[in-house]
Design a protein around this ligand. Structure first.
Ligand code: SAM
Length: 246
């Protein structure tokens, strides 16, 4: 059983969110949900290999504040597909702080999706549905193709590959929102042909900086507008996407 003092946890959560201008996303009920999520994630970590970060303070900064920082970019009532959600990032924090969103969390790993689905049920998040699916299959299926206002992704693949996995899900007028690492600008430069081929335009790369207790986290957020339909030949099978990125 993972012992986390609830009062300490909620006070750290509120302090870190407040230091980063995110306190409007918290309420007593949502803090309780973040606490329950943390206890459950750490308890199930061994079974499902969910996170390398196990210190609650770091979880608040690196998982929760990091994901909630993109919430202001998403319009009210939007539909979202979270591509390669793993343990539910950014989908679970977004579902907690934005009940108006309709989120489909997708991953190719059944055990992680079972965990995300059961966690959403435990937390009463009826705005989140978790689906076991390979993104390149979903992007071809009429049920999912060009059906979402946003495709989000954190730490899934480099931009050329990620664009082919994500942009097919986005409606014209929607956006792909990618939480990236340090090489984002270079990746974005290499992916400009892929993005244009897949119907994307007007890429924006913005640095998100978050303050924790004694540490600062900075990473780029890439936002791409979907302006044209993705040609029917994309996404290709994964072997082709990864061996011959656009
Ligand atoms: N987004 C989560 C996060 O930030 O913690 C998970 C990141 S993890 C490094 C990458 C995830 O993407 C894995 O769970 C993997 O199964 C999933 N993934 C990779 N390629 C995928 C694909 N083609 N379709 C669906 N999921 C994929």
């Amino acid at each position: 059983m993972t012992e986390i003092n609830k009062q300490d946890f909620t006070s750290k959560l509120s302090k870190i969110f407040s230091a980063n201008g995110l306190s409007s996303y918290l309420s007593l009920e949502r803090m309780e949900k973040f606490y329950t999520l943390t206890v459950r994630m750490l308890e199930e970590n061994e079974k499902y290999n969910l996170t390398a970060i196990t210190d609650p303070d770091k979880i608040i900064l690196n998982h929760y504040a990091d994901c909630v920082a993109m919430a202001s970019k998403l319009k009210k009532g939007a539909s979202i597909i979270d591509v390669g959600c793993g343990a539910g990032f950014p989908s679970l924090p977004l579902a907690i702080v934005r009940p108006d969103l309709r989120i489909t969390a997708v991953d190719s790993t059944a055990k992680r999706i079972n965990y995300v689905s059961e966690t959403a049920r435990m937390l009463g998040l009826d705005n989140l549905t978790a689906v076991v699916m390979r993104a390149e299959d979903g992007g071809k299926s009429p049920e999912y193709r060009e059906k979402f206002d946003y495709a989000t992704a954190r730490a899934v693949a480099e931009m050329r590959v990620l664009s082919e996995l994500s942009l097919p899900f986005v409606k014209i007028g929607g956006q792909m929102v990618a939480m990236k690492g340090k090489n984002a600008e270079f990746e974005l430069f290499s992916a400009r042909k892929a993005i244009a081929t897949l119907g994307g335009r007007n890429t924006l790369c913005e640095n998100i900086t978050l303050k924790g207790e004694g540490e600062t986290l900075t990473h780029p957020l890439i936002i791409i507008d979907k302006k044209d339909k993705t040609p029917a030949s994309f996404p290709r099978p994964f072997a082709q996407i990864s061996k011959k990125p656009l």
